[in-house]
Design a protein around this ligand. Structure first.
Ligand code: NAD
Ligand code: ZN
Length: 346
């Protein structure tokens, strides 16, 4: 289902020729409009008429108001059930476009063309669509698969370095939870740039796809993808409400440091392995000061996590470099210790 596009986008053109769509809607944000849409349109060979739907860039747009605007535009433009939405963008666009498509007229078809590293290796794969509600991320959404995912890695050439790094955090996670060799290949990279990262993208995509195929509804093994995300999400939420929001991948990197140390505290991995993982993550991601956050606030968010049941805090933790367990209940004392450990890393 994931296809790496050639220079002429011939696989996409063939897909459009084989299907009989009534109309195509291409969803972009202002950046993918500027940097990616010209490349797509320059290669698109189809007789089907198309419209461009543009939203402002940023997580703040991933809400019900934007979804409502898009549903209204689709209605005004008489999109029928044979229309196709092409989501051309990062995770905000693929989450939003997938959500709008899967709910409009009880579901129309959509394809994802991810343009950030994070969306190529993670967000565009796996069939989760959604929007944020108040300051809670991804609270409303659907499980719905895109018809196709087309990745074109040259789109990364215009991606800001900070965004590239954010996506790299998810690639590191894929190595840590499922594939030691992939992790080792990733940490060989001295500098993060599109040329260095590009050859490693297919393996990261494959890991995500395989985990999702094994457990689409996140009843078991898909939970391993949440490694680094329990503490990471809590800190991400606190930062989003503060004056210093951080990118998702930066929060995940912080979360992976805490949760690698927690894996050691819970007796699941050796101190040597935990330290090695942490040293390597620190090579790419700078320290985030948690000084302004109260431990009580962090714990409240951990307890609110969607993954928890019965007021217990469950974690996906490493049982080695390249293997991961899930539904592991940790003692409050060890969770606190892992956060304190991070605070002392400055
Ligand atoms: P994003 O979509 O906001 O993109 C980041 C920034 O890069 C934006 O400003 C965007 O306009 C810009 N951009 C995108 N492509 C570009 C390009 N080629 N050149 C220049 N600029 C470009 O963010 P993201 O990091 O891709 O995704 C984060 C979102 O993904 C979050 O909302 C998160 O919840 C979601 N997500 C979803 C899943 C899932 O399974 N559905 C998984 C992980 C993350
Ligand atoms: Zn993530």
């Amino acid at each position: 289902m994931i296809t790496l596009l050639d220079e002429n986008f011939s696989q996409l053109n063939q897909f459009l020729t084989e299907k009989s769509f009534s109309k195509i809607f291409i969803l972009v944000d202002e950046n993918t409009h500027e940097y990616c849409l010209p490349v797509l349109l320059g290669n698109l060979e189809t007789d089907i008429s198309f419209e461009i739907l543009e939203i402002e860039a940023g997580e703040e747009m991933k809400n019900i108001q934007t979804a409502n605007q898009l549903w209204e535009i689709l209605t005004e433009m008489q999109a029928d059930r044979k229309a196709l939405i092409i989501n051309l963008g990062g995770g905000v666009i693929t989450d939003m476009g997938g959500f709008v498509a899967s709910t409009y007229k009880r579901g129309i078809q959509f394809i994802n063309i991810p343009t950030t590293l994070l969306s190529m290796c993670d967000a565009s794969i796996g069939g989760k669509t959604g929007i944020d509600l108040m300051h809670y991320k991804n609270m409303v959404g659907t499980f719905s698969f895109p018809k196709q995912i087309y990745a074109y890695t040259r789109f990364l050439d215009t991606l800001p370095a900070k965004e590239l790094k954010s996506g790299f955090a998810e690639m590191l996670k894929h190595g840590l939870i499922a594939d030691k060799k992939h992790w080792e290949a990733l940490i060989k990279l001295q500098h993060l740039d599109p040329t260095g990262v590009e050859p490693l993208i297919p393996q990261s995509m494959e890991i995500k796809q395989e985990v999702v195929n094994a457990d689409f509804h996140e009843k078991n093994v898909r939970k391993t993808l949440n490694f680094g995300h329990t503490i990471g999400h809590a800190i991400e939420s606190l930062c989003l409400q503060s004056e210093n929001p951080i990118l998702h991948g930066e929060a995940v990197a912080l979360g992976m440091i805490c949760e690698s140390h927690l894996s050691y505290l819970e007796g699941l991995i050796s101190k040597e392995d935990a330290d090695l993982i942490i040293e390597n993550i620190q090579r790419y991601f700078s320290f985030i000061d948690l000084g302004d956050f109260k431990d009580e606030d962090i714990f409240n968010l951990l307890l609110n996590d969607k993954k928890n049941t019965d007021a217990k805090i469950n974690f996906s933790l490493l049982s080695g470099i390249g293997s991961c367990i899930y539904d592991h209940e940790c003692s409050t004392e060890n969770i606190q210790k892992s956060i304190n450990y991070y605070k002392k890393l400055s």
